[in-house]
Design a protein around this ligand. Structure first.
Ligand code: FAD
Ligand code: NAG
Ligand code: NAG
Length: 536
């Protein structure tokens, strides 16, 4: 049989994972990338040309390296835990060259249109129109993986800011922002407190005369450096925590986390108190902001009501003279090449964020179109592993009505828990979502049997960071290095910090013993519950 030909749109981290997954299942990928290089967002360019989103010179990842790695390619042990974009790019290049992915990419080739073929209901095939060197070409594919990015369009709502056209100073979107040099000695308003807004405000504040950071609804601020100096995500995203959270009412978890963040600095006193509970909206990861606020370089302000020629008037009536405005209003996405197809409704409802439910044949998948409260790379990689198995006919999707029911169930859940915002249906909880997709593929680790057969590994998987290697222990795509990768992950976290070596503090065996006993009791209780259920 002829290998199925799959079009992969975009060669960012999602596209690279998609190419690799196609190769794993014996499919034939052709990746189209409109730029001349891989890496998408992480490929920094000094002068913004066409790459959206644009990143700034100082951008450092907000997810730590062990949580961010591809599942069968851990980052080198000497890499820092949070990576500057140049280091991230270095890792992405290593991944692409290690698995020989570059040969499958056609650079400077833009996908203009993706259309069902006339015989789609029987063949499931697509027609893809691409443009290279100004010339258009049509190709036929058996499957499509859309990896064009979740942030490929600027959100720049100038119409919401009256008077901005009169303002005589400079204003720009963070897309154009690269470094603080143009803001020396200036008075600047930064609009919006997402990850970028907080970063940019802090960075400019070191050279500017004054920064005003304007926020409509406040924000909860996490720090990368967590208790004992460990990476935040690697500390909190554990299976143990996830189990505790499952049995804990949401309000308690919200309160626990909010108290924890308020213990670092009181969000109300710092003018940041959010109108929402912590887990109902996007949060911000920033280590420096409270330092800039307490030293007065950044002043938190409410929404801007109006701009005049030389000032900003805030909703509390205060007016500040300013020289420049930075709009950190974020990004959205668009799928212009799908415009005349009715594949998606206007809310972009998809089955588990991957498959549009209305197609006669499941031959199109969205990869990386989601907002995990965690790293995107392993999440989109897992989506690809699932999608290629469906394309290859090794797995089936539920019926259209079952998929719609599942989509509606998720929508209701999100509506109950989250602040209403366009992206909220694509918000997913990291471990929960990874496990959900892994179950579809049959690669979700079986912790109970591991507790019996490989206690050491199971313990690390329960109490240690829930790293992507856990999804390579069994099933399709199994990687023999996965066990070692999990057992050595803490060494890779500590290695880059230990640049002045002290006497080793040693491994606490009594703690290990204590934790083993807890796990065995847990297992015993679970077995009791199961036997009592079976008996009645
Ligand atoms: C400022 C910022 C910081 C972030 N920090 C982190 C972080 O620390 N950790 C993390 O996990 N995530 C982070 N993210 C999320 C980030 O989106 C992901 O890490 C990741 O880059 C997503 O990769 P992607 O391949 O899905 O999309 P992208 O990186 O956007 O790549 C999409 C690719 O598709 C190409 N393309 C688009 N349309 C077409 C077309 N029509 N034809 C051909 N090619 C096309 C583009 O040129 C691009 O190369 C951050 C996002 C932003 C904006
Ligand atoms: C998660 O676990 C870590 C250590 O294992 C602990 O410090 C932290 O408080 C836990 N967090 C939650 C939300 O349970
Ligand atoms: C990291 O920053 C990006 C860009 O602002 C954001 O979309 C993402 O949600 C952040 N990640 C986490 C885990 O908060």
């Amino acid at each position: 049989m002829r290998a199925k030909k799959i079009a992969v749109i975009g060669a960012g981290v999602s596209g690279l994972g998609a190419i690799k997954s196609c190769l794993e299942e014996g499919l034939e990928p052709v990746c189209f990338e409109k730029n001349n290089d891989i890496g998408g967002l992480w490929n920094y360019e000094e002068t913004p040309k066409n790459r959206i989103p644009g990143i700034y010179k100082s951008l450092t990842s907000n997810t730590s390296k062990e949580m961010t790695a591809f599942s069968d390619f851990p980052m080198p042990d000497h890499y820092p835990n949070y990576l500057h974009h140049s280091k991230m790019m270095e890792y992405i290049r290593m991944y692409a060259s290690h698995f020989g992915l570059i040969n499958y990419i056609q650079f400077q080739t833009k996908v203009c249109r993706v259309k069902k073929r006339p015989d789609f209901s029987s063949s499931g095939q697509w027609e893809v129109v691409v443009e290279m060197d100004g010339k258009q070409k049509t190709c036929i594919f058996d499957g499509i993986m859309i990896c064009s990015g979740h942030y490929n369009q600027k959100h720049f709502p100038l119409q919401d800011f009256s008077g901005i056209k009169k303002f005589r100073g400079k204003y720009l979107h963070t897309w154009e922002y690269k470094h603080p040099d143009n803001f020396v000695g200036k008075r600047v308003v930064v609009i919006g407190i997402g990850n970028s807004g907080a970063d940019v405000a802090g960075e400019i504040s070191r050279v500017a005369e004054q920064i005003f950071l304007s926020t409509r609804r406040g924000a909860w601020i996490w720090n990368r450096v967590w208790d004992n100096g460990n990476p935040m995500d690697a500390t909190l995203f554990t299976r143990y925590n996830r189990t505790v959270q499952k049995f804990c009412p949401t309000f308690l978890i919200n309160r626990w986390t909010e108290n924890k963040l308020n213990a670092r600095f009181n969000h109300a006193n710092y003018g940041l108190q959010a109108k929402h509970r912590i887990f109902s909206h996007q949060t911000v990861i920033n280590d420096d902001l409270p330092n800039h606020i307490i030293s007065g370089r950044v002043l938190i302000k409410p929404n801007v009501k109006e701009f005049t020629e030389t000032s900003a008037i805030f909703e509390d009536g205060t007016e500040e003279k300013i020289d420049a405005v930075v709009f950190a209003t974020g990004y959205t996405f668009s799928l212009p090449f799908l415009e005349d197809e009715d594949i998606l409704d206007n809310q972009h409802s998809m089955f588990k964020c991957v498959f549009p439910p209305h197609l006669e044949k499941p031959t199109l998948a969205f990869i990386g179109l989601l907002q995990p409260a965690g790293s995107i790379i392993p999440t989109s990689e897992l989506q690809s592993r699932w999608a290629v198995r469906v394309f290859a006919g090794l797995q089936k999707l539920p019926s259209e009505s079952d998929m719609l029911a599942e989509i509606n169930r998720r929508k209701k859940e999100v509506e109950k828990q989250c602040v209403k915002s366009p992206g909220s249906v694509r918000r997913v909880q990291f471990i929960y979502y990874m496990d959900e997709i892994a179950s579809e593929i049959g690669v979700k680790p079986n912790l109970f049997s591991l507790l019996i057969w490989d206690t050491k590994l199971a313990m690390e998987m329960l109490y240690g960071p829930c790293t992507p290697y856990q999804y390579r222990l069994q099933g399709p795509g199994k990687w023999t290095g996965a066990r070692t990768a999990i057992l050595t992950q803490r060494n890779r976290i500590l290695k880059p910090l230990r640049t002045r070596v002290l006497k080793d503090s040693g491994f606490s065996s009594s703690l290990f013993l204590f934790k083993s006993i807890c796990a065995i009791i847990l297992l015993f209780l679970a077995m009791l519950v199961i036997t009592s259920m079976v008996c009645h």
